[in-house]
Design a protein around this ligand. Structure first.
Ligand SMILES: [Fe+2]
Length: 332
């Protein structure tokens, strides 16, 4: 049992190490779903994965911070739930922005499904809709903790003598957890240094992790990834139990192209499968279940060559229970 526990801790450190490396990859938007041709096989491993036990990784993630300006004066309650993740309608003036990410507990691993995300921001001209719900809406993280919002880059507006940097307001409410109100900023915004809230780089209102890079995709849309970390004890505790049954140690390379190598562990005899889903929750790859004994395993996935770029999630399924997830990024 002690050996298994040590293995789990080692694996957690390894996954944290991998997440650290994934902070700023080039990301692309998944345009549509497609079933990929799938080639995957089980093969038990011998020996240790050399990245296990990485000493540079921490075992917790910092909670997504509050914003110094709090909610601000322009919140409107009862915004509608978004349709197809569209916060901005197709004809909304401005530069399109696709924001996505995953909500996780403070252990950095367990995801938070069904988290309420209430977002609002100014239009391209820097004006809020204070009478209706334009550029205001709610969405929820999916069963894997992912969310996606398509909108426009918010405009800037004067706050005293200076402009506030572009920003999106959020009220984040995990199921059974308390609401967290904050704001998101974008790297390279020249008005960040002069903004009392966006320039905070330490402490309770540290905006550093809430200032994300944007990448312009081939469609002329900006894309950004913002992962959210919240204290969500109830969900986290449940998933911690699942990690006693199995774990995805790694998926490499990540970002991936024509092949993904999964390394994973099964800690009790069970029916085991690996599945891959796109951001819309559609299954794009599925390994036929096999009865496996406790062991380390290696599996190979050869995605269909037409699989679109974007974010995917690999799931380790043990006895019909999705016990562990890894985020994958398909590159050019
Ligand atoms: Fe604002």
């Amino acid at each position: 049992m002690k050996t298994v526990f040590s293995l789990v801790i080692g694996c957690i450190k390894f996954i944290l190490f991998k997440f650290e490396r994934m902070k700023h990859p080039r990301r692309s938007f998944l345009r549509n779903s497609a079933i990929a041709a799938f080639s995957l096989g089980f093969a038990p491993l011998s020996g240790k994965t050399n990245a296990l036990g990485d000493s540079n990784a921490s075992e917790t993630c910092d909670e997504t911070t509050l914003d110094l300006y709090g909610q601000g004066p322009f919140y409107t309650a009862n915004a509608p739930v978004l349709v197809n993740n569209q916060l901005a309608s197709a004809n909304e003036p401005g530069t399109r922005l696709i924001l996505s990410g995953i909500a996780r507990s403070l252990d950095c691993i367990n995801t938070i499904p069904d988290m309420l995300i209430d977002a609002w921001h100014a239009n391209d001209a820097g004006t809020y809709d204070n009478t209706g719900f334009n550029l205001r809406g709610k969405t929820y993280t999916n069963e894997a903790g992912f969310y996606q919002i398509e909108t426009i880059l918010p405009g800037k507006y004067l706050n005293g003598a200076s402009y506030r940097p572009r920003h999106i307001h959020f009220r984040l409410t995990p199921p059974g957890g308390s609401m967290r109100i904050t704001q998101l900023y974008f790297e390279g915004d020249t008005d960040i240094p002069g903004d009392a809230a966006a320039s905070v780089n330490s402490g309770t209102y540290d905006a550093t992790a809430r200032t994300i890079p944007l990448v312009l995709n081939s469609e002329g849309k900006y894309e950004g990834t913002w992962d959210i970390f919240l204290n969500n004890g109830a969900v986290s505790n449940g998933h911690d139990l699942h990690l006693e049954t199995g774990m995805l140690y790694s998926a490499s390379p990540n970002p991936f192209g024509t092949r993904v190598d999964f390394h994973y562990g099964v800690f009790r005899r069970a029916r085991v499968a690996i599945q891959v889903f796109n951001m819309q929750g559609s299954l794009v790859a599925d390994l036929e279940e096999a009865q496996l004994k406790p062991e380390k395993y290696h599996a190979v996935w050869i995605p269909d060559s037409k699989l679109p770029q974007g974010i995917y999630i690999a799931v380790l399924k043990v006895n019909d229970l999705q016990v562990h997830y890894l985020k994958l990024i398909k590159r050019d």
